[in-house]
Each structure stands twice: as C-alpha cells, then as structure tokens.
Write a protein that binds this ligand. Sequence first.
Ligand code: NAD
Length: 487
Amino acid sequence: MSEQDEARVVQAVEKRLFIDGKWVDAAEGRTFDVTDPATGKTLCAVADASPQDGRAALDAAVAAQPEFAAMPPRARADILTRSFQLLHERIDDLALLMTLEMGKPLAEARGEIIYAAEFFRHFAEEAVRIDGGYQTAPAGGSRFLITRQPVGPCLLITPWNFPMAMGTRKLGPAIAAGCTSVIKPAPQTPLSMLALMDILAEAGLPPGVVNCITVTDAGPVMEPLIRSGLARKLSFTGSTQVGRLLLEQCAEKILRTSLELGGNAPFIVFDDADLDEAVEGAIAAKMRNMGEACTAANRIYVQSSVIDEFGRRLAERMAALPVGRGAEPGVTVGPLIDKAALNKVETLVADAVDRGAIVLTGGQAPGGDGYFYPPTVLKGVPREATMCDQEIFGPVAPLTPFETEEEVIAAANDTEYGLVSYVFTNDLRRAVRVAEALESGMVGLNQGVVSNPAAPFGGIKQSGLGREGGSVGIDEFLEIKYIGIKV
Ligand code: NAD
C-alpha cells in the first residue's frame, strides 16, 4: 500500500453524521481530529455531534422502527448478506483505513474485516430462524402462543480496539431482529463505522434504520438519549467503569441492557501441557491487537517446574516479533492507541519491576514518533503488582509461578472480572475440572483465541451482561410475547 492509497482511503470516507439515510454536518458545525497512532499525525477531521444531533438520530430510528419491524425476515437477511459481500469486496481499503486510525497491522485489520463480516453472515442466517411456540395450558381450556418481537430502537456504543467488529457484532443481530438503532463509535476510531454506513445503504438498508453519530465527549450526547425513554435498549462495549455508569442511566427507564466490559484474563499453563502449543497460545492470547483486547491474557500463571522453559521460549518468540507502523509489510506489532495508553503500560511495568519482577525481553519504550511499546515478558510478577488487578492493554506478558491446581484456581478467580480464561493441559479430567471452576463466561482450552461469531461471547461478574454472537446473540434484541388464547 502506497502513501497515495493511504490518502485515497481516508479521503473516500464520509466524515459527517449519518442520520435518516443522509450525510449531514453537525448542527453546531464542530469537528474533531482523528489521529494515526503510528505517527501522532492528524488523518482528518470528522463531525462532532451535539445533543441536538443525537436526538435527531434517535428520532429517525424511532420513526423507522414500525416499518422495519414489519419487513420480512428474508429481506432483512438479504441486506445483511449483501453487506457481508460488500465488506469482502472492499476489504483492502477497509483494512488500510482501520490500520491508519487504530494502528493494528494490516494482516490483523484484514482479519478483523473478515470477522466483522462474519457477524452479518451469521445473523442473516439467524434472521429467518426466529422461532416461537404453541402449547396447551396444563389445566386445558386455553392455549399459549409464544412469539418474539424486536425490542425497539437501540443505542449502540462501541470501543476503539475493534473499530469494525464491535459494531457489526451489535448491528448484525439488531438488523436481523428488526430493531433500528443509533450507533456511536469511539472518537479515536470513527472512520471504519462511517465507511460501514455507506455499505449498509448500498446493500439496501432503508433510511433511519441505522444512524451513526461521531462525538468527542459522549456523555452529554448519549445520556439524554438513554434517559429519554425513546430507545428501548442499550448495547455497550467498553470499559467496566463506563458500563457501570450507563447501567445506572438505563435504570431510570428500565432499558434492556447488554454490556461487554473489561477483562483480566488468567492464562494457566500446567506442567503436563504441550509447551510449544502453550507458547503459541500465549502469543495469540497476548499479542492479538498489541494486547489491546478485552480477551488479552493479563495474568499468565505457569506451574513452577516449567516456568523457566516456558519463559525462555515465550521471550524468544516475543522478541522476534517485528514492531512498526501497521501499514508496513511484515509488521506484526503496531503502536498503542494513544499517549495515555503508552504511559499506562510504562507505569504498570515500572510498578511490577519495583516489586521484583525480572524483564526477560522488552520493558523499554523506544521513544520517537508514535506510541510504540515493545513486546515484553516479565517473570516472577508478584500477585500484588498493579498489573494483576488492571487491564494492561499492551504487549506485556507477566509470568507468575504456581504449585497446585487449587492455588491457581483461587488466584485466577481473585478478580472482579470474569470474561475469559485460558487453560493449557493434556490431562482431560483436570481440563474439565479447572474449566468448570473458573469464574468466566468463556474458557479457551488449549487455545489462545475464543472469539467466533457462531459462539456466545460474553462475561460474568463485572465483565458484563448478556452474550453477543452464537445462536443466543439475537435474543438480546428480541422480546418474548405470550398470547393466551381461550378455546
Ligand atoms: P471506554 O469505556 O472508554 O469507551 C467505550 C465507548 O464508550 C466509546 O465509544 C466512548 O466514547 C463511550 N463512552 C465513554 N464515556 C461515555 C459516557 N459517559 N456515555 C456514553 N458513552 C461513553 O472504553 P475504550 O477505552 O474505548 O475501550 C476499551 C475497553 O473496552 C476495555 O476495557 C476493553 O476491555 C473493553 N472491551 C470489551 C469488549 C468485550 O467484548 N467485553 C470488547 C472490546 C473492548
């Protein structure tokens, strides 16, 4: 990809708000800058929505709701299928656009477009299988007809780390279920979602069904929408801190709520595991998205008899990963999203080292342009280290030794989070025992990636409410209605 390609894909994307099927400027005419985290330079400016724009977007979604709910499921599915195809047709440009605004290497950006598109294909298949029931009342005399209807207009809020997939993971089931929506991407990465609006329109989505607003300061724009009672659901992916706040706001009008929040994934390696497989699993679980993933391995517990060997192999693999601008060929580790993210990682590593951790590789930001941090492996990280409690959100693998199964289960569960856990062992009975004992919504057993559009993704404890994807993903956007029939 040349510099001309980069300029072309940024230029091609609409930078205004998408409301009621039209591109419009923000009512107050404000814009905000989008930055390339690999250079720190401004890529472009996009519209900065006001509360008035937010309300216009929600009004459009509310107005479009009845007709869209009545659209035949097959027609909704066809729109999703066509959007799936268009995402594939435009994958090169979309991947480059994502790399420029977010920093991830091109290969990962392509992977995300494929993953994102898959949610549309999956939910196109679900749209035509929304089922119901018919039952005789136990005492006779009446019948129960059970049907499912769209929840209604939805507010969808997404984070910056997966700019396209976190959007399609909500829009896929919303469209399949017959719900209209207002989607608000993160201010760091609005371009991918804006590009998706053109695709949905081209695929035949009627005006008003999906509206997209970009905004720097989300609170003042989103809170009135949540509290208005006009939207019937909020689906949020982001930090636990913001999720908690939004859940409180949703309480006022009792909105249906789905929350995909932060994680603090334990990654457990027993001494009977295949160590090569465990190292590859750790690379996948740690380094996907430069460690900026809710599913990232955040605490790596290794049985003490194999920790030296595991640490040596992991450090060797990590040290060999090419770091650089995501758009450059061969790069597998891009920059972090911004200066604050870089500062956070530096502070967490300094804290762990102060508490006695040993740096096996990395550990020092290179400085210069962009927000780069090298792949880092730390050994002997004590459980009191701050990074064991917080999402690192960077390419840092902290290794902590353990002796027994009971001890490691207790350590793994000692967190407010419960999104995903990883376990590496070749002992089947232990695998089942440990997987069942871990307090998380998902477990990767001898594998470092769990995300799959056909599987129910989500967390327990303070990692979230509800599931996205899988056969249950559409349920989040449907209400059950029971009709009692006298016979
Ligand atoms: P964030 O919570 O800061 O922001 C997420 C989104 O919420 C953004 O669009 C932001 O603009 C918006 N937002 C922020 N304050 C708001 C407010 N007061 N009202 C309404 N909207 C508001 O999170 P982030 O830094 O963008 O993303 C990283 C976080 O997301 C991490 O904690 C990560 O674990 C989590 N995440 C979770 C999943 C999952 O599926 N569980 C997936 C990806 C990311």
